[in-house]
Every structure is written in C-alpha cells, then in structure tokens.
Design a protein around this ligand. Structure first.
Ligand SMILES: [Ca+2]
Ligand SMILES: [Ca+2]
Length: 407
C-alpha cells in the first residue's frame, strides 16, 4: 500500500514537472538500504574488535555487528563463535594450554580448541585478536576482545561525535548451547537473552525505535525475546551450500534452526522462506536475514565471469529475484542479506560494489559486508526506481534533481 501511494505521488509530480517526492528504493518502506559492518570492518581489521567497529563507522556503516558469546562469569563478549582458537592468539599462550579441549556445538565437533565460556572476562582480556580468512595480518596481536557494553558505548559515543545514528546489530550465537552452558555455570533459564535485553534496555530503552536489530539463526530465542522486548528482531536463514545446479543445499547440521533439531520441528530453513514460513516469522520478528543465494535466480551459461580459467558456481549469471524479497515484503518483513566480500564475490560479479547494488536494486533493506566502504559505494550505484521511470519518459533533468536531493 505504501508503494502504491508513492507511485501515485510520482505521477502527480510528473504532470506538474515538479521535483517528485518518489520512493527511491524498492525496500519495504522506500528507505535507503542500510550498510551493516559485518564483524566491524573485518576485511580490514581483526574481526569483532573495537578497532574493527571503529573503522566500519569511519567508512560510513549504518550499523556495526557484534556476534555474542558468553564468558565463564556470564559476561557477553563479541566473538564469532564460542570457539576462539582461530580468532585470538590463545594458542600461543602457555598459561592457557590446559584449557584446550574438544566440544560439540550444534552437532559440529570442535577438536582441541579453546572456548569462551572456559575463560573469565579478566582472562579473555589478556588475549589479543588475530585476522581471519587469510587477510592482512599486520594488526594481529593489538586488540582486545570487547564486551557488549564496550560495543554499545562505542556506537553511542560515535553517534554523538559524528552527528548520525550508528546502530548495533547483535547476534545471539548458539542460544540453545549457550543457555545450557549458562545453566551449568549456575545462571538461570534464558540467561543469554535476558542479559542482552537488559543491557539494550538500559542503553536504548525498551523501544522499537532503538537503533538496534537482534538476530539469530534459532527461532525460540527470538520468540522468547518478542515477549520481553520491543527492540527489532531478525530471523537469520542459513543453508549448507549452493549445489552445482544453483539450488540450495540443505544438509545437516545447517538445514534447519538448531532449536528445531532439538525440539523435533522438521521445517527447514528453506521452508521458512515460503509465504507460510515468512508469515510464521512475522508473528515474532521484524525482519528476515537469508544467506544471499536464496534471493537471486542464476543461470549457467558457460562464461568464465571471474576469469580464473574454471567454470563453477561463482560464474553463474544472475537473472533476477527468486521472489523471496517480494514475499518477505508482502509479509511485512525487512530483508537483510549476507555476506558481501571484496575478496570473495559471488556469482561472477567482478565488482563487489556492483554485486551489492544488484541486490539493493531488487529491494533488500540492508546488506552485511566485511568491507563497509564498498557497501557505501554500492548505494551510489542504485538508481532510484522513481527516477529511473522518469528518465525512461525523457525527463532526465527531473531525475538528476531528485538524486541530488538524496541526503
Ligand atoms: Ca554474525
Ligand atoms: Ca571461473
């Protein structure tokens, strides 16, 4: 209905040859898509450090993304996983050699590694973050593991300093697992979600207008939070991989939310993206966050788009929307997708900004990227739908005027 109203406004403006107040994007409400600094600016600095978040903010990210795990003393800290052997220098520290162990998290065995919940905050603070994915290691060993409280403080102080809102997009990692650990440490049920909600409410108030999205791959934790907070909630949608024919691969343990596995719910992640599934999500969440291959159709046409001499899944030509974006919007859900990387583009895009712009033109409401400056660059490549229609009618000057007006 909102989009219909905007379209009517465009026609009125056209007939009056005035500057049109048109919807500029195919997003749920016509607003500019948001750029989310995935683990900060993790393409440039070790992920989930205050420095990584700070660089993301400097590059223009609208939101910074802390993934949350829990310490032995129940403090929420930012790490991609409870497993910390690969993202810190813990393996180099002889004093923690005896913490090395093997655990199973959501059906996956992590052998001979270190786990956040076996360290107090004071102990974790003696570790230093290291870069991942083979990226520039020159910042390794410099930065601490930040607490959620420190991430909130950074976002709020930077919002004041820069005069623009910097949101946070915390992810509850493995809630079922983390709450089991929390109970074994003597904390109460839903400790993980309660801690997050308590800290967010103290910092922002219990309000939907807080510059915060809470995300999770599990469902029951978000349903629980829906009864605890008005802060916006986003259901993440995973898959195992993309098959050679471009279809989604749904293989355990990545075929359904882990709490579904525990509770015997047989719905897959893909089931949650049907109209029925999206309607279900809309009963407890404000948005949905699918892995990006769910959103675009692709065609294998034999062209080596990335020029590496091999024809594979990454060379497939994108061919429009699968309909998931439109279905999410029809269910009233925002749609934020991930992860965009300059050093690992998908589907034959040689320009990572153009890749993000493609999804933005289709209507996604936000993108998670390790390279927030590229996300900002992508925004400049997205023609506003209203402007584009006017240009087709030979009124390019009006379109230029409209583009200049964009803040
Ligand atoms: Ca995350
Ligand atoms: Ca290739």
């Amino acid at each position: 209905m909102i989009k219909t109203l905007f379209a009517a406004a465009a026609v009125t403006a056209l007939s009056a040859t005035a500057v049109p107040a048109v919807a500029q994007y195919n997003t749920l409400d016509g607003a500019r898509p948001i750029v989310i600094g995935h683990r900060g600016a993790s393409g440039y600095r070790p992920e989930h450090t205050l420095e990584s978040y700070r660089v993301a903010i400097e590059m223009g990210a609208d939101y910074i993304e802390p993934d949350l795990v829990m310490t032995k003393d129940g403090v929420l800290v930012a790490r991609h996983e409870p497993v910390i052997g690969g993202t810190t220098n813990v393996s180099l520290l002889p004093e923690f050699a005896d913490r090395r162990t093997t655990k199973v998290i959501d059906g996956v065995t992590y052998a001979n590694n270190w786990f956040a919940e076996d360290f107090t905050l004071a102990e974790l603070k003696t570790l230093r973050a290291i870069q991942t994915r083979g990226r520039d290691p020159s910042y390794d060993g410099l930065f601490e593991v930040p607490t959620l409280a420190e991430v909130i403080a950074l976002a709020q102080s930077e919002s004041v300093r820069l005069g623009r809102p910097i949101g946070i997009y915390p992810e509850l990692k493995h809630s079922t697992y983390t709450n089991t650990v929390a109970q074994s440490l003597g904390f109460g049920p839903n400790y993980f979600e309660n801690q997050l909600a308590t800290q967010l409410h103290a910092a922002y108030g219990n309000t939907r207008s807080a510059p915060v999205f809470i995300q999770s791959f599990e469902v029951s934790n978000l349903q629980y939070l829906n009864g605890v907070t008005d802060i916006k909630l986003v259901q993440l949608i995973d898959a195992d991989d993309v098959n050679a024919d471009g279809s989604m691969s749904l293989v355990p343990p990545y075929e359904r939310p882990w709490d579904f596995v525990v509770n015997g719910d047989t719905r897959t992640f893909a089931d949650l993206l049907t109209a029925t599934g999206l309607g279900f999500i809309s009963t407890y969440a404000d948005g949905v966050g699918p892995w990006k291959p769910y959103l675009v159709r692709t065609v294998a046409d034999g062209i080596d788009r990335n020029g590496d001499g091999v024809i594979d899944i990454r060379d497939r030509r994108v061919d429009g929307s699968t309909g998931v974006i439109e279905a999410a919007h029809a269910a009233g859900l925002l749609i934020h997708t991930w992860t965009y990387r300059n050093d690992a583009s998908g589907y034959g895009f040689t320009d990572p900004a153009e890749e993000m712009a493609y999804y933005m033109r289709l209507g996604v409401d936000g993108v998670f990227t390790d390279f927030p400056d590229t996300g900002v660059a992508a925004l400049a490549l997205v023609p506003e739908p209203g402007t584009y229609a006017l240009m087709l009618l030979g009124l390019g000057a009006v379109g230029v005027a409209a583009r200049r007006r964009r803040g």
